[in-house]
Design a protein around this ligand. Structure first.
Ligand code: ZN
Length: 293
């Protein structure tokens, strides 16, 4: 297992962590100033500044991406909606490629409309089948472009609104169905998973499924902590060390499986970290990365 206690070369900042404090161009500068080598930006933050300009900034500051957030949200009430989702995912894949991301993270979606308070239908099996078909279509395009897709299983508390894939096992079943490992010696997965400890820490099959995923499918690793009590279903993620997740143990499993990339800090925190100065948040991420990740 890697020793991360000496420096923060394997720290990446998911830019949602300081999205309330700064725009993306400023976030890039603040990360560069602190020797943070990687970020994972969100599409709306990129669009706000402009994808060309963000590309230039990343190059001039020598900052790379640990992922691009995000594609997905495939289910829709009708054909037009399904097609629109596929087109939007193509755009996301192109942006990820332009920014040289190692993968596009997929939050796959679930009951359409639920996020806005009124689901167009209630059949989660239908949502799952639309997700399966949507990933299949995106994958074909993504392979042509050369952009791996990483399914992020979400905690079941978000099964209605954001993702109907809620376990690593389910995500890997889809990976194996759509992107089977052939007999050839060298396998480069075009479909894998983004493992976010906030969503998966509770899973009794976590260790065995991480082993099953292996190096090829483990495309991104997101860290934060689970607070008790949790005061908001979406935006009450904790800083590493402030909650109950056994971060070192899980990273041990992930690295045993061959993962050797960035640990990406992703904290949505309406009540705490989004209210603090960005400088303090980044400094705390650097410290806790060394002491708790
Ligand atoms: Zn995540």
């Amino acid at each position: 297992m890697r020793d991360l206690s000496r420096d923060h070369r394997w720290l990446s900042i998911n830019t949602a962590t300081v999205r309330k404090q700064w725009s993306l161009d400023r976030i890039i500068e603040e990360c560069a100033k602190r020797g943070i080598r990687a970020i994972s930006p969100w599409r709306d933050q990129v669009a706000h500044v402009g994808v060309d300009h963000i590309g230039k900034l990343l190059r001039s500051h020598d900052i790379e991406l640990s992922g691009y957030c995000r594609g997905g949200f495939y289910p829709a009430p009708d054909k037009a909606g399904l097609t629109a989702a596929l087109l939007d995912n193509r755009k996301a894949i192109d942006e990820a490629k332009q920014l040289n991301a190692p993968c596009l993270v997929l939050v796959v979606g679930s009951l359409p409309g639920a996020l806005n308070g009124k689901a167009d239908y209630h059949d989660i099996q239908r949502a799952r089948s639309e997700v399966f078909d949507g990933i299949a279509a995106s994958l074909e395009y993504a392979r042509g472009v050369g952009m791996p897709l990483a399914i992020e299983p979400l905690h079941p508390m978000q099964a209605a609104e954001r993702a109907c894939i809620n376990t690593l096992e389910h995500a890997l079943d889809i990976c194996e169905a759509l992107d089977p490992k052939g007999a050839e010696h060298s396998f480069a997965a075009s479909l894998g998973v983004a493992l976010d400890i906030y969503h998966v820490w509770w899973d009794p099959k976590l260790q065995s499924q991480i082993r099953r995923a292996g190096k090829d499918r483990l495309m991104a690793y997101h860290v934060c902590d689970w607070l008790t009590p949790t005061r908001d279903l979406l935006n009450d993620r904790g800083m590493m060390g402030d909650g109950i997740v056994e971060l070192r143990k899980i990273r041990g499993w992930v690295e045993e499986a061959g993962f050797d990339q960035y640990c990406e800090v992703e904290i949505f925190s309406e009540l705490d970290w989004w209210r603090r100065p960005g400088e303090e948040v980044l400094q705390t991420c650097i410290e806790r990365h060394k002491t708790h990740v």
